[in-house]
Design a protein around this ligand. Sequence first.
Ligand code: ATP
Ligand code: MG
Length: 494
Amino acid sequence: MPSQNPYQALLSISEQINAVHDTSTLFDRIMDIAMETLKAERGFILLKSLSGKAEFEAVTARNISKETISSIRELSSSVVNQVLEKGEPVLTMDAQADQRFSGAESVLLQNIRSVVCTPLLRQNELIGAIYMDNRAGAGHFDEESVRFLQAFAGQAAIAIENARLFEKLQSENQRLKQQISLNTIFPEIIGTSAPIVHILEMVRDVAGSTATVLIEGESGTGKELVARALHYHSPRKENLFIPIFCGSLSENLLESELFGHKKGAFTGAIENKTGLFEQAHQGTLFLDEIADVNKNIQTKLLRVLQEGEIKRVGETAIRNVDVRIISAANKDLWQEVQTGNFREDLYYRLNVINIKMPPLRERKDDIPLLAEHFLQKFALQNKKKISGFTMEALELLKSYHWPGNIRELENSIERAVILAREPKIPAGLFNLHRPRPESDLAGKPLQEIEKYAILKTLELTGNNRTKTAQMLDVSRRWLQYRLKEWGIGEEQEQ
Ligand SMILES: Nc1ncnc2c1ncn2[C@@H]1O[C@H](COP(=O)(O)OP(=O)(O)OP(=O)(O)O)[C@@H](O)[C@H]1O
Ligand SMILES: [Mg+2]
């Protein structure tokens, strides 16, 4: 036992351990003090893991291997388990003769004589245990040892909780600092949720390189916004960022758009034309809806990526271009490779860096911030004095599942701002309750339901057929065919 007054010893110990904020140093300090004071031969500290699982793990040990610790623990009748199960200290003067441990292999095997083990309790919650033993002889620890260890364990548990809390606050602080700096670098990209912070980190880290980036994500999740941020935070920012929507052009048109053509190369080619690759020289070309590009053009894109060379349609001369390529896909492009619609070699070339945009429903924490951002934008645009949303409106926005993601949120808020007559936008101005098929459409002919779904989705996407097809998970061709059947022609599309 401590030679000085035990209470004085305890006080000085408590001061010592409370000054340590780093958890691993703290565990070592606690172990050393306990071992020294009780003159123990071996020892370890077990703590409940922070992962939330009800598991205990050894955080520090003296003169005892990891394997031995687990063999001491695994036997249900052993000391440690008694402590962990009952939350009470255990003292044994001679383990070999102690009835409580009869049959406990660990004791016999390792010839343990004296054992003391105390729970680490924090407000009656068991957070771990301190174990010490002696193989040299019986009667090494006594009741006094247990009393000391119990008082000490109480102090230690508080110090451990504080140090863990301190570390948690420190890392949270770090995360917030990091996030503030990211939001300053990219003020146009709103969001503080973990998925968006991860994306901002990626954008910051890869913007400076010339690596290709493939941005995947549902409609309206901010793919183009991220592509622009990549360009405008790169050394290419003084040159052009050119977006091209690959999904809406026919093969021939897309080819001549991308690569240019020679006068007379085909009917209608009345002049020489510089393609977008040449226009975007030393800048960035954003290939939107890359999954819709056909095989012929895929081959030509591969050539640009491999050789940095293009040929205008109808020409044999080779031109060199230096263009960074960022592409975007609404569907899983790898899936398209699997089904044979997309060249695997091109996929790898385009996908050096992959960014997956999370749907809004997976980062609902960002909804109030985004809503506020759009509110200010549209209030300014429409010269309206609107200060915010009613609680009910905000709740509605947070609970909705946003199939059209941020674009749908943006459109809904624009509409509400235009219609608002009060300073706070009420829930009633959001038209988010779509008729549920089971109540409104049950019993109706399937064809009618199909037509309803298609027309409603067209409305939602602002008449964009590619997006409508994607949302309904049908091919664009199938959609065109249906619309044609109903006499809704191509020319009506925006
Ligand atoms: N994090 C964000 N902060 C602020 N505005 C955003 C954010 N993400 C998206 N937006 C806005 O939402 C709208 C849709 O974004 P964007 O056009 O980049 O999406 P997209 O993924 O390219 O959509 P689509 O697949 O339909 O082409 C844009 O007006 C964009 O400015
Ligand atoms: Mg887009």
